[in-house]
Design a binder for this molecule. Structure first.
Ligand SMILES: [Mg+2]
Length: 116
């Protein structure tokens, strides 16, 4: 069983909250700073794929070094998303389910299968 299957979002939120509180960083983790942190970490993720052809993007991750670095960037993004949720009291499970309900209505599978 993977760690994802054994870990709740609440567990992850607590992990990030503890890390931030132990360093007295709540003062820096406001929605504006956190939104920028999410965007800059997303840019760091994209940087890995700059100039990599679309068809080669998955193969890029076969290299263990590349995979480890991309995994770190994904974790950075998630950490800031979790911190944003902690700082604002947004319930991520509700947010994602509500957004997916909107996406399902916006993009009916029978009309969008295989199309974007
Ligand atoms: Mg990073």
């Amino acid at each position: 069983m993977s760690a994802d299957e054994q870990t709740t979002i609440s567990d992850l939120r607590r992990c990030i909250a503890d890390f931030i509180r132990d360093r007295d960083w709540e003062q820096f983790h406001d929605p504006k700073n956190l939104s920028m942190a999410i965007a800059t970490e997303a840019a760091e993720l994209m940087e890995h794929f700059r100039w990599v052809k679309n068809d080669d993007a998955l193969n890029y991750l076969v290299d263990p070094h590349n995979r480890a670095e991309v995994t770190d960037e994904l974790a950075d993004i998630l950490a800031f998303i979790l911190s944003f949720a902690n700082a604002t009291g947004i319930d991520l499970s509700t947010a994602l389910r509500n957004k997916m309900d909107k996406n399902i209505r916006k993009y009916p599978a029978d009309q969008y299968k295989g199309r974007y």
